[in-house]
Ligand binder design. Structure first.
Ligand code: NDP
Length: 334
């Protein structure tokens, strides 16, 4: 069983030496248990939080333990009468090849219904994050303007496409011309803004002539600073992630924007609500049915960035926090 464990806690940007590839015996299964062999492993920004021991909503990974990750694995041995060998299942198995579980918290993946890796992306946790956060908190109305950053990723790309399906105008913010072109030409976003371009506030204002009614917050930092002056009265801000700050070791330079934000909260009657996808666990079935239907009808498209081989996992994860991925990042283990 090859696995990648946390060798040391990163300070700032993770480095290859924070991770260690090691080999341990493949675990034995006991009564009621199954052995899963990882086929696809999901890499997600939240893993940076698990590598830190700062107080958070989830417990950190311990030094020497495999990093947390959801995978799609194949059942290669089973002493559980309900779960046959050969089935594909999702599980929080971590960055490793084999995982033993009693099956609780795992879910069967039907390879006939959709490519199995989508259970980690558009039809999995990131897709459900977009769907639940946008519809429950963002509540886009026809004609409104919805802005989302990290817009070429699995969360942002679905936020923009659902906004359009609800009749809103979707504006995506992404890094670089290729991702921006993808948003407008392939996903149907109404406009795309490159956050690495020369004048982000000016470009965003030009893309949002009627202001912003919903800002789906994935990024924070300079992007939020550009969004703030454009927020309309009664704007909704689902706070989903702050990826620009995940590697931060100190407060950003520049003026304290908190007084201006609080003034905007008051005068614009902003609704700002943080959420974790599992807050909406009871909507999982509805999400999978509705987004599955949209995909089959060609109304929702998605893109995956597949990396081959467990040993590539640390490098791919380091790149994820810098925008090197283009689409949902998954590691395929042959
Ligand atoms: P992505 O695949 O979109 O990867 C993250 C992207 O963030 C990068 O590709 C990069 O895209 C962008 N990015 C990184 N740094 C910056 C920066 N400084 N400024 C602007 N953009 C930046 O990730 P996901 O779709 O999986 O996740 C998106 C967000 O949703 C994250 O914040 C994540 O933590 C959050 N999330 C929250 C959940 C919840 O339950 N609350 C659940 C799942 C995800 P680019 O090249 O465009 O800059």
């Amino acid at each position: 069983n090859r696995r990648i464990v946390l060798a040391s806690r990163p300070h700032g940007e993770p480095k290859p030496e924070n991770f260690r590839l090691e080999e341990v015996p493949v675990p034995e299964i006991g009564p009621g248990q199954i052995l899963l062999r990882t086929r696809w492993l999901s890499l997600d920004p939240y893993m940076r939080g698990r590598m830190s021991d700062a107080k958070s909503y989830a417990t950190p990974v311990q030094i020497g333990d495999p990093i947390t990750a959801e995978v799609v694995g194949e059942v290669v041995a089973s002493k559980n009468p309900d779960i046959p060998v050969g089935e594909l299942r999702t599980a929080f198995a971590g960055w490793q090849e084999y995982f033993v579980t009693d099956g609780k918290g795992t879910r069967r993946v039907d390879p006939e219904a959709a490519p199995p890796s989508t259970a980690l992306g558009v039809l999995g946790m990131p897709g459900m994050t977009a769907y639940t956060g946008l519809l429950n908190i963002g509540q886009p109305k026809p004609g409104e303007t919805v802005v989302v950053a990290a817009a070429a990723g699995p969360v942002g790309s679905l936020v923009g496409q659902i906004a359009r399906l609800k009749g809103a105008r979707a504006v995506g913010i992404a890094g670089g011309p290729d991702k921006c072109r993808y948003l407008t030409e392939e996903l149907g976003f109404d406009a795309a803004v490159d956050h690495r371009g020369p004048d982000l506030p000016g470009a965003l204002a030009a893309a949002c002539p009627k202001g912003i009614d919903v800002y789906f917050e994935n990024v924070g930092g300079a992007v939020f600073a550009a969004v703030m002056p454009l927020l309309n009265p009664f704007a909704r801000i689902p706070v989903c992630g702050l990826v620009s700050a995940y590697n931060a070791t100190e407060a950003p330079p520049g003026p304290d924007r908190l007084p201006a934000l609080m003034r905007s909260v008051l005068t614009n009657r902003l609704h700002i609500q943080g959420f974790i996808v599992w807050d909406f666990a009871d909507q999982a079935e509805t999400f999978r049915r509705e987004v599955g239907d949209w995909i089959r009808a060609g109304k929702v498209r998605y893109r995956e960035d597949v990396v081959e081989g467990l040993e590539k996992t640390p490098e791919a994860f380091i790149g994820l926090l810098k925008g090197r991925n283009f689409g949902k990042l998954v590691v395929h283990i042959a």
